[in-house]
Structure formats: C-alpha cells, structure tokens
Design a protein around this ligand. Structure first.
Ligand code: ADP
Length: 531
C-alpha cells in the first residue's frame, strides 16, 4: 500500500516536472524520465497498476501540453497533441506488455513453488490426513491466499466432508474455520459442492455476494472475499475438492486455475496410491492373522498327532509283546510234540505240527518286521557321521546263521563314512544282504558283493548278487510295504524288508533303487550325503 502510494507520488512529480516545466516550442528529452517510474509500477503492480499509472500520466501530460508546457509544445497545438499521443501510446503498449510478461512469470514461479511444495509433501506423507495440512499450507504460502480447506467425497453418504483446513498464521478466522470444519456439502451446494458437480476449477470474485455460498455471512464477518476451488481428480472421478479464500476481492485468473488443476490430478493419484497401500497393508495383516491361526491349528493338530502316534506305538509294542507270547507257546508245544511224541504221531499229525511251527515262525517274523518298520518311520533320526564298515560288520553278525546255512560268499569292500544313522544303516545293510543271500535259485551258492563310491557330494552303496533277478515291472513296486515279487512265493518273507530300507534312507535324505534282470542277479543301491 505504502509502495503503491509512493510510486503514484513519484510518477505525479515526474509528470509535473516533464510536462509542466519546459519552455514552449522547445523539444527536450525530459519525457523519457517518465519511463523508469512506469516500469517500476508495471513490475510491482502489474496490469492494473500499470493501467492506472498510464491514465494518471496521460492526464498530466495532456493538461501540460494543452497549457503550452512540456516537451511536445509546437506551434500547431493539434500537431503537439498528436505527438504526445504517439509517445503515450508507445509507452503504454510497452508498459502493458511488460506488466503481462511479469504477471506471467510470477504466476509460473508461484506454480513451480506450489508444485515443488506439493511434491515434497506427497513424497514424505504416509496418509492423506497427514498430507492435507501441508498441502494447504504449501498452496496458501505460495499464492498468498489466507485460508484453505481440503474436502473429501464420502461416496456412501454422497457428501463432501472436510478433512483439514489451514490458514496463514497472521490470519485470524476462527468462525469461518469452525463453519468449514463442522459442515458437509452435497453436490452443487456451496463452493465445494459446485466444484464437485462440474469437476472443474471454480473462481468466485467475492463470496459475500454469491448466491450459492452458505458460509457467506461468516465470510463477511471475518472479511473474506475472493475464493477459488479445484477438484481432486482421478481420471474423471472427483475424489475431493480443495478451496482457498482471500481477504481481497480478486479478479478471476483463468491461467492460474488451469495450472492449479494439474495439482488436483497429482493429489488424486497420491490418494489412490495411499489407499492402495493401506489396502495392501490391511490384506497383509489379515494374511498374517490367517497364517498365525493356521500355524496354531497345525501346532495343535501336530501335538494331537504326536500323542496319537505315541499311544499307537505303545499299543503296537504291547500288542506285539502279547501276540508273541502265545506264538512262542504254540511253537514250543508243537516242537515238544514233534520231538517227544514223534512215535505216537502218524505222518499226517507230524505234518500238522510242522505247519504249526512254520506258521508261528512266520507270524513272529511278521510282527518283528512290522515293529521294525514302525520304528524306522517314527524314530528320531538326527543325522550323524557313520562308518559304513561298522554298520556292515554288525549286519553280518545278524546274518551269520543264514550265511553259514547257505555257505554264502559275501565280499565287503572297504567302505567310507557317510552322513546317516547307525541303527538305520545296520538294518538297511542287513535287509539288502539278507535278501541277496535269500533270493538265489536252488542249488546256487550266493555270491554277494558290497561296494561304495563317491559321486559328487553323495556316496552310493551297491549290494550286488547272483540271485534270481527281478522283472522290470516289479522293480518299483517291491519297495512298497507287503509287496513281494512274482516269482518269490517259495522264499520265506513278509514283504516289509525293502519298505524298511526305503523309509530309512529317505528319512536320512537319500534315495534307493535297483538294477536287475530276471535270472541275471540284482544290484540294489542307496545314496546318502558324504560327511
Ligand atoms: P521279503 O524279502 O520279505 O519278501 P522284501 O521287502 O525284502 O520282502 O522284498 C520284497 C520283494 O523284492 C521280495 O519278495 C522279492 O520278490 C524282491 N527282492 C528283494 N530282494 C531281492 C533280491 N536280492 N533278488 C531278487 N528279488 C529280490
């Protein structure tokens, strides 16, 4: 205000000096002294200030020239006025163009400041409520408007609700702020409602004279006049509205509105991103909740299963024990019958007692094999470094009777150490070597070879025999429990031995297999990690 008055006084003084001070008829260059104050006005007060200054200067210049003073006085007054007109016209155009350029530059600077402020806020804020006051502040400070408010569309209720308002610290607008924060707007009502309805920026020169501005009485009391609002857009959907108010009456600035509406789209994208992020967070939380619940269920189920397995194990041990006792009694009494009452038994009775003894033996083996399988499936197998030599020697001790009975030649190479479990490996080797001795054609002396070699990080152990071999179709199946090969009914067995082998090796993280051809022997192998 003071600057404006100062500029006007200086301009008047210069005008007086130039256009009322010179001798008639003389043309001097004093009139160019009017250019600096005009430039000042154009730069500081833009188009309106420049126009006013030109009017003032023209009046002084015409008055002086008509009175025969100033640099444009000629003998012919018409010619003098024409000359003055040419001078004033040229200066006016120059000054107005300059004012327009300055206004444009200031607007661009304001817009860049707004953009920079908003981008920073959006990069740092975690949510819209956190960003809202900072967005309002950035715009208020950059464009010099007193108060701003951010409204959000409540799609369910079809109203706009105030998220946040902010005013310059120097402005005291408690009533207007309260009126803004406490109310909602439906579509087309008030400045926010209108902006929502048309999805375009809206400028109101003076809200106190606006028909569609319910807060007008409060605005009047607190001295607010000009207002503008722009929609927060996501594509064509209006997510919210931002409005600003000034204590001055301001003429609509279409260029500014166009620029500021770009900010509305930026904020729209920010809101969408934050909503997607919070939806993602909620989904993650929910998922974590489900996972925790599931884990709890699994833990409970596992505990119940462990209990069941344990009680089943106990049950099977006691059943095995209880079953084996009468079996042993049956076999024992049948043996006594055979040995001590042989003379009193005819051939048929002797055959029956022999069958009782065989059946009891088979039953006993079956029970023992099932127990061994159950143990292999459930025992704790913490892997350890095991010397295969020792496992093979222990297995051979188990098989000593069979080896002797069949006169078998079992050759065991020097074996390395593996990562495994001593009980499992003894059982595996006993089953494989035992089968190799067992499954030979009648009259053939079993020859078994046990070798081992390193393949990469694994050790592969092979048990090769000269037995009856296995048909390709049966080679996979024989590792299943109770599965026996097609040509093996005349060999004793339960069909559990290879199932124990596979279960044990797989539980140690290894693999098993067989290479064989009928009548050409078999080579069973298993692979375990090297220590
Ligand atoms: P079992 O020896 O009690 O019959 P296994 O599970 O040990 O049960 O073996 C399953 C089947 O695999 C055997 O019945 C037999 O047909 C076949 N088999 C196992 N080892 C050999 C072998 N070395 N030579 C030929 N066949 C074998």
């Amino acid at each position: 205000m003071i600057e404006a008055a100062g500029a006007l006084i200086i301009l008047t003084l210069v005008g007086q000096l130039v256009f009322h001070g010179s001798a008639p008829g003389q043309f001097r260059l004093y009139h160019f002294l009017t250019i600096p104050p005009l430039l000042w006005v154009a730069y500081r007060f833009r188009r309106r200030g420049a126009s006013l200054a030109i009017v003032v200067l023209s009046t002084i210049a015409i008055a002086g020239t008509v009175r025969g003073l100033g640099p444009f006085v000629l003998r012919d007054p018409n010619e003098a006025l024409l000359l003055l007109q040419a001078f004033i016209g040229t200066v006016s155009i120059t000054i107005l163009v300059l004012a327009a350029v300055v206004a444009e530059q200031i607007r661009t600077e304001q817009f860049l400041r707004v953009q920079y402020g908003i981008s920073r806020v959006m990069a740092e804020a975690a949510s819209l409520p956190e960003a809202a006051p900072k967005i309002l502040r950035a715009i208020c400070e950059a464009v010099g408007w007193e108060i701003g408010a951010l409204w959000r569309v409540d799609a369910a209720a079809q109203v706009l609700r105030c998220v946040e308002s902010w005013h310059l610290p120097s402005s005291n607008l408690p009533e207007f702020e309260q009126a803004t924060r406490s109310r909602t707007f439906t579509k087309s009502v008030g400045l926010p409602g209108r902006t929502w309805a048309c999805a375009q920026p809206v400028w109101v020169r003076d809200v106190t004279h606006d028909d569609n501005f319910p807060r007008a009485p409060v605005a009047l009391r607190e001295g607010l006049h000009a207002a503008f609002a722009f929609p927060i857009l996501l594509n064509t959907e209006v997510l919210g509205v931002i409005e600003f108010f000034s204590c001055e009456i301001r003429e609509p600035d279409q260029n500014f509105l166009e620029m500021i509406s770009v900010v509305g789209s930026q904020i729209g994208q920010f809101m969408e991103r934050k909503e997607a992020e919070s939806a993602l967070r909620a989904a993650k939380e929910q998922l974590r909740g489900y996972a925790d619940e599931l884990e709890q269920h699994v833990a409970q189920r596992t505990a119940r299963l462990n209990d069941t397995v344990e009680s089943l194990q106990n049950f099977s041990y006691s059943v095995a024990h209880d079953l084996r006792a009468p079996l042993r009694a049956m076999a024992g009494f049948a043996t006594i019958l055979q040995e001590q009452y042989a003379s009193q038994l005819d051939a048929e009775a002797q055959d029956y007692t022999r069958r009782i003894i065989d059946a009891a033996g088979r039953m006993d083996r079956l029970i023992m094999d099932l127990l061994a399988y159950g143990q292999m499936a459930h025992m704790d197998l913490a892997p350890d470094v095991v010397a295969l030599d020792a496992s093979a020697a222990a297995a051979m001790e188990q098989l000593a009777d069979d080896v002797r009975a069949k006169n078998a030649a079992v050759h065991i190479e020097a074996l390395p150490k593996v990562k495994g479990h001593p009980v499992v490996l003894e059982q595996v080797l006993a089953n494989l070597i035992g089968n190799a001795i067992k499954f030979v054609p009648p009259g053939v002396t079993p020859r078994v070879e046990v070798t081992a070699h390193l393949t990469g990080v694994k050790i592969c152990v092979r048990v090769r025999d000269n037995g009856i071999g296995i048909a390709p179709a049966a080679q996979e199946r024989i590792f299943d429990i109770f599965e026996r090969g097609p040509a093996t009914s005349k060999y004793p067995g339960t069909g559990i031995g290879l199932a124990i082998v596979r279960k044990g090796i797989e539980r140690l993280g290894g693999r098993v297999g067989v290479e064989s051809e009928p009548d050409r022997g078999s080579c069973f192998w298993f692979e375990l990690p090297a220590p």
